[in-house]
Design a protein around this ligand. Structure first.
Ligand SMILES: *Cc1c(COP(=O)(O)O)cnc(C)c1O
Length: 382
């Protein structure tokens, strides 16, 4: 295998240097200006014009009716699941091929994941596998879906758009509707990715975004919920701000609330980042195109391209090593030679907290886990 040819190509693509990181943020716009404005006006905390502006800007950008900020993508997911009606001891269909946050979020509620396989062309939750599993294991009673084996309610389905590649949403929506299952999208990695021209995160009842430091745009740390239902969006704002009834001086709260408010300084960063998102995604797509051309001539390595009908943000580029024995060797070689690479996450069903959970065999999931390596993907502008 021509490992050196690959790392040389990557180093050249990212203009040399001793170390090429996987994904680092770029601050090329109004970030400092907006941050200074927060400090100068003393509005650094959870109230301030950038919080409102960031919510409006994201709603406009994604085409959703309402967007509500959170302190992290993980708590955006936690709130999304709660607002979708997931309750203690419910079950939630999701991927084993995901970052831990997806499963942590549903665990906070006391729900349990059921791991369903992913598709080979999207690396995300497979509607066909979901349908097959439901046909075997689920029954509908009084407009609710129940697991015939555990007698628990299956309340929600959480697809994750892996590395920015949208799942087959039309088919997934169809099966979820048929079984009265609420769709909540983990769009943490896919801001700006389009499925048939429409933004990921806007197809389900709620969609969750992340603005962690390694994501396409960052607020340092942060997240956002996307709603098509304005009323639910307004309720989300209420519940994530300690459920305080607005009043000039009284402290009255009508529900157990959460302090999941994103501070104004983080939102300021977000507003500035969002102003440049088109340039960033364009740069990421050019990088992906360069990789795709290069890997055409590398035997036994496949570059993972966006699914048909989709425009992916290519948050993290991925290659598939045809021979799974190569994965460890390539990780070792590239990381030893200053090019940061990573395997895909340890599968959720292999972690101690979730190894007892149901799964459908996970054939494609295991195929990817054994072979995928993420390669440098930072935005290439200064
Ligand atoms: C980044 C990410 C999240 C959210 O993570 P935070 O660090 O809490 O913002 C959730 N799900 C997936 C799949 C992610 O990659």
């Amino acid at each position: 295998m021509e490992f050196k040819k690959i790392t040389d190509f990557i180093r050249d693509l990212f203009d040399g240097g001793d170390f090429i990181p996987l994904s680092v943020p770029v601050f090329a716009g109004n970030e400092k200006k907006y941050l200074n404005e927060c400090i100068d006006t003393t509005f650094v905390s959870s109230v301030g014009k950038f919080v409102d502006r960031f919510e409006d800007d994201i709603a406009k950008y994604t085409g959703s009716k309402r967007a509500v900020v959170c302190v992290s993508g993980t708590n955006a997911l936690h709130m999304s699941l709660m607002l979708a009606g997931v309750e203690r001891s419910d079950e939630v269909l999701t991927q084993a091929l995901t970052f831990i946050a997806t499963c942590n979020a549903l665990s906070y509620i006391g729900a349990e994941p059921i791991f369903i396989d992913v598709d080979r062309d999207t690396m995300g939750l497979s509607p066909t596998a979901v349908r097959e599993w439901l046909e075997m294991n689920a029954e509908i009673k009084g407009n609710q879906c129940f697991n015939k084996n555990t007698h628990r309610r299956i309340k929600a389905c959480v697809p994750m758009h892996t590395f920015g590649h949208p799942v087959h949403l039309d088919e997934l929506i169809e099966v979820c509707n048929e079984y009265h299952i609420k769709l909540v999208e983990d769009a943490a990695e896919s801001i700006g990715s389009l499925y048939k021209g429409k933004h990921t995160g806007t197809f389900g009842k709620i969609g969750a975004l992340s603005f962690n430091g390694n994501k396409t745009i960052t607020t340092g740390g942060g997240g956002m919920m996307l709603f098509n239902d304005e009323e639910l969006g307004a309720y989300a704002k209420h519940i994530t701000t300690q459920a305080k009834i607005p009043h000039r001086w009284e402290f009255r709260h009508d529900h157990i609330g959460y302090n999941y408010r994103m501070p104004n300084i983080n939102a300021a960063l977000g507003c500035a980042q969002l102003e440049n998102i088109d340039t960033y995604i364009e740069s990421k797509r050019q990088t992906a195109e360069a990789y795709k051309e290069f890997f055409k001539n590398v035997p036994d390595v496949e570059f993972f391209s966006e699914p048909t009908d989709c425009r992916s943000n290519y948050w993290l580029n991925a290659i598939i090593l045809k021979d799974k024995d190569m994965q460890q060797d390539f990780l070792q070689f590239s990381n030893d030679n200053g090019v940061m690479t990573r395997p895909i996450w340890e599968l959720m069903n292999r972690l101690p907290m979730f190894e007892h959970c149901q799964n459908d065999g996970l054939e494609n999931t295991i195929y990817f886990a054994d072979r995928v390596v993420n390669i440098p993907s930072s935005v290439r502008i200064k």
